[in-house]
Write a protein that binds this ligand. Structure first.
Ligand SMILES: Cc1cc2nc3c(=O)[nH]c(=O)nc-3n(C[C@H](O)[C@H](O)[C@H](O)COP(=O)(O)O)c2cc1C
Length: 343
């Protein structure tokens, strides 16, 4: 049997590849602070922070052996880890720059071992300097947390691929789990669908009105637009003649079916389609199979108005669902289709 290797094989990648790969790990940013034996503040920007243990509460971070602050951190009894807020990017840069005067104008209070706790930090950990492990060109510091606090409303500063990020796309993520709503209406499907429908249509109502349409007239036009598109796709569509009549099958729909599809009473829809025909949006004709039945189709003008609104509806929907993943949108629509079909 072969014994396992006792040493790692030499790296087969460049330092540049190593850095770039590490940069794919997005982190927060801290400034670790302490006091020298003479009482002077020291501090540096570090993103090597991580949690280690809950009980006892332990955290770690690592410091380059070449760092000027190594003697102070190694010898001191305490240090503070300040998790920076999104508006502290300038401070992060200042505490990473060599030779800069890091402390002028910096507001802080004193924590355990007199380590500076930076004003405005998103969180602070006051650590006892528990243990150190020399590894490669860094020293790993494990700190035992004596006190910690955070600002619940703060957004943390982020670091990834050598850049700072102050924007927080995840905060706008409404798909993040939310506390369940204890109210009856907060969980009642009928109420939720009504509220959601209102939220979706609120802005679109304005677009509909701008086309001189009522909401129900828009629904009629949207349905007839789809019927026309389906008939055209089936190769049976034909352009209306100069007098507006539609030869052959053109996606014309009986008034009764239209009424069912727009969820309105047939007499209401009969009156509405007559008015829309007078306005040049629809074309009406008797059903050749049954002269008592009226077939309704969108005119060229009606199709044009429908296309304008469909483009706007799609754009508004895209904006509303901008923070949803494609699979969430797909799942939502499938579920609504099931509900609409009575399943
Ligand atoms: C985002 C960021 C993260 C850093 N993280 C670390 C770190 O974890 N450990 C470290 O030794 N240096 C880190 N540095 C570099 C130090 O901040 C920098 O070398 C600093 O000048 C060291 O200060 P000192 O020599 O006074 O100790 C980081 C720099 C930046 C910009």
């Amino acid at each position: 049997m072969m014994s396992p290797p006792r040493k790692a094989a030499p790296p087969v990648f460049s330092p540049r590849e190593f850095r770039a790969s590490l940069g794919m790990f997005a982190t927060g940013v801290t400034i670790v602070t302490a006091r020298t034996a003479e009482g002077e503040q020291v501090g540096l920007t570090a993103n090597s922070f991580n949690s280690v243990s809950l009980d006892p509460p332990l955290v770690l971070w690592s410091l380059a052996r070449a760092a000027g602050s190594l003697p102070a951190f190694s010898a001191g009894s305490h240090y503070a880890i300040n998790i920076l807020a999104a508006d502290q990017k300038a401070l992060a840069e200042r505490f990473a720059a060599r030779g800069a005067d890091r402390w002028t104008g910096v507001a802080f209070t004193e924590g355990a071992g007199r380590a500076p706790l930076l004003a405005g930090a998103a969180a602070t950990f006051e650590c006892f300097n528990r243990s150190r492990y020399e590894e490669g060109d860094h020293v790993i510091f494990v700190g035992e947390v004596e006190r910690c606090s955070h600002r619940a409303d703060a957004s943390p500063l982020l670091f990834h691929g050598g850049k700072f990020y102050t924007e927080h796309p995840l905060q706008a993520d409404s798909s993040a789990p939310q506390a369940p709503d204890p109210r009856f209406v907060g969980g009642y499907l009928g109420y939720l669908l009504g509220q959601a429908s209102h939220a979706v249509y609120r802005n679109f109502e304005r677009s509909v009105a701008a086309q001189g349409l009522t909401h129900i007239a828009w629904r009629v036009l949207a349905l007839l637009h789809d019927a026309h598109a389906a008939a055209t796709a089936a190769g049976a569509g034909a352009a209306p003649a100069a007098d507006g009549t539609i030869p052959g099958v053109d996606g014309a729909v009986p008034v009764g079916q239209l009424a069912r599809d727009v969820l309105a009473k047939q007499p209401t829809v009969t009156k509405l389609v007559q008015r829309m025909a007078d306005e040049g949006l629809l074309v009406l004709r008797a059903d050749p199979q049954d002269q008592r039945r009226t077939l309704v189709a969108a005119s060229e003008g009606g199709l044009k108005a429908a296309r304008i609104l469909i483009t706007e509806a799609r754009a508004q929907e895209q904006g509303q669902l901008a923070h949803w993943s494609a699979s969430e949108v797909d799942a939502l629509k499938r579920m609504l289709q099931r509900l609409a079909a009575g399943a």
